[in-house]
Design a binder for this molecule. Structure first.
Ligand SMILES: *Cc1c(COP(=O)(O)O)cnc(C)c1O
Length: 361
C-alpha cells in the first residue's frame, strides 16, 4: 500500500462557501480568487467546481494560462497586471483582463497595438503595496480613455489592508478615500476581499473578490470559520505508523526537546515538513488521532511527527490521523506555528496526493 498521507479536497464544501459569499453580498458579482494554485487546492479543479462565478482572479500570467489551457472560459483577471511589453500579446491571446496599478503599465499599453484589453485601475487607498494615489485617478483614466488597446469603460478597484480586524478603523478610512476619488465616476468598482464580504457590508460594491473564505478558512483574527458558516475544504490526513511505549525521561525526536514526563505511549505519524506540515508547530499543537485531540510532542521532522497518546491508549498502527481540516481548523495549527492558514494551505508539497471528493462531473 502507498503512504496514507493525503489531502482530501471537499468540493461540495467549496461550493457551500461560495453560497455564503453570495448570501453575504447578494448584489455583487463574484470574482473568485484562485491564485497560488487555488490557495494550494488545485486551481483547475477549483475553477471547474466554481464554474458559476462571474470571473476568476489570479496573481500572474502563468496561473491564468494554466486555467485557459484547461478549458476555463470565464473572464480571468491578472491581479498584478502586465509586467513586460511581451505580456500583452499573451493577455490578448488568452483573453485575459488586466489590473493596472502603476503608470508604467499605462506606458506599456500606450506603446502597444491590437485588440482592446479589459482593464481594472487599482487605487492605493492605504495598503501602500500596489495602486495609484487616489489623487491621480482622473489623469490615469484620461490616459487610459485615449487608448485603443484598452476596452472602455475601465473598472476601478482597491484592496483592504486590515479588514480582518473588525476593531481597526483603517477599513473605514480606505473606504472614505476610495469614495472621495471615485463616487462621481459612475464606473464599476470592487473593494472587498473575504474579510470585507463577511464583516464590512459597505465594501460590497459591484464586484467582490473572495479568496480564503471559499476554502473554508476564517480571514479574521478573532472568529472561527464555523462562526461564519464556512466549511473547511482541505483535510490533511495521515495515519499512525508506530506506537511505542517510552519511559519517563526519554527524549523524543531531533534535539530531544521534549522529555516524557512519565512512562507513556508515543505515536509516530507519517507527516512532516516534507509534506508541508509546519516545522515550527510546537509541542502541544493539536492532532486528531481517531477523531480525538492529542498533543504533538518534540520537533517536526521531514517525514514524521510524534504525539502523546496518553489520552488515546487504544490507538494502534494504521489508525487515522487528521492534521487539519474537518474538526481541526487550519487556523488553529497556523496560530500555533506562528503563521496564518493561508500559508499552510499554499505550502502542502508535491509529495502529498490530492483526493477530490464530491465533484460535479
Ligand atoms: C488575494 C486577494 C484577494 C483575496 O483575499 P482573501 O483574503 O483571501 O479573501 C482579493 N483581492 C486581491 C487583490 C488579492 O490579491
Amino acid at each position: 500500500m502507498t503512504r496514507a498521507t493525503r489531502a482530501i479536497i471537499n468540493l461540495s464544501a467549496l461550493r457551500h462557501n461560495l453560497s455564503i459569499a453570495r448570501r453575504r453580498a447578494p448584489d455583487s458579482r463574484i470574482m473568485a480568487i484562485i491564485k497560488a494554485n487555488g490557495y494550494g487546492h488545485g486551481s483547475v479543479t477549483v475553477a471547474q467546481a466554481l464554474n458559476e462565478v462571474d470571473a476568476f482572479g489570479v496573481a500572474c500570467l502563468d496561473e491564468a494560462i494554466t486555467l485557459r489551457e484547461a478549458g476555463i472560459a470565464q473572464p480571468i483577471v491578472l491581479l498584478e497586471g502586465a509586467v513586460h511589453a511581451a505580456d500583452l500579446n499573451l493577455v490578448r491571446g488568452y483573453q485575459l483582463e488586466l489590473v493596472v496599478h502603476h503608470p508604467a503599465q499605462i506606458n506599456l499599453l500606450e506603446q502597444d497595438s491590437g485588440r482592446a484589453i479589459p482593464v481594472w485601475l487599482k487605487l492605493d487607498t492605504g495598503m501602500h503595496r500596489l495602486g495609484i494615489p487616489p489623487g491621480q485617478v482622473a489623469e490615469m483614466l484620461q490616459r487610459l480613455g485615449q487608448l485603443e488597446t484598452v476596452a472602455q469603460p475601465v473598472r476601478l478597484m482597491t484592496h483592504l489592508a486590515n479588514a480582518d480586524d473588525r476593531q481597526d478603523n483603517t477599513t473605514s478610512q480606505q473606504l472614505a478615500r476610495f469614495d472621495a476619488a471615485t463616487a462621481d465616476l459612475k464606473l464599476q468598482t470592487s473593494i472587498a476581499n473575504s474579510a470585507g464580504i463577511l464583516a464590512w457590508p459597505d465594501t460590497h460594491r459591484d464586484w467582490v473578490r473572495p479568496g480564503i473564505m471559499l476554502y473554508g478558512v476564517s480571514p479574521f483574527v478573532d472568529s472561527a470559520a464555523a462562526e461564519n458558516e464556512l466549511q473547511p475544504v482541505m483535510t490533511l490526513q495521515s495515519e499512525l505508523i508506530a506506537v511505542n511505549r517510552q519511559q519517563q525521561g526519554d527524549p523524543i525526536g531531533y534535539g530531544g526537546t521534549y522529555r516524557c514526563p512519565a512512562d507513556m505511549p508515543v505515536g509516530v505519524i507519517a507527516i512532516g515538513y516534507g509534506d508541508g506540515y509546519p516545522r515550527h508547530a510546537p509541542t502541544g499543537t493539536p492532532v486528531l488521532v481517531n477523531g480525538k485531540r492529542v498533543p504533538l510532542i518534540g520537533r517536526v521532522s521531514m517525514d514524521m511527527i510524534c504525539v502523546d497518546l496518553r489520552d488515546c491508549p487504544e490507538a494502534q498502527i494504521g489508525d487515522p490521523v487528521v492534521l487539519w481540516g474537518d474538526d481541526l481548523p487550519v487556523e488553529e495549527i497556523a496560530s500555533q506555528a506562528g503563521t496564518i492558514g493561508y500559508e499552510l494551505l499554499c505550502q502542502v508539497t508535491q509529495r502529498v496526493p490530492f483526493d477530490y471528493q464530491h465533484g460535479i462531473n
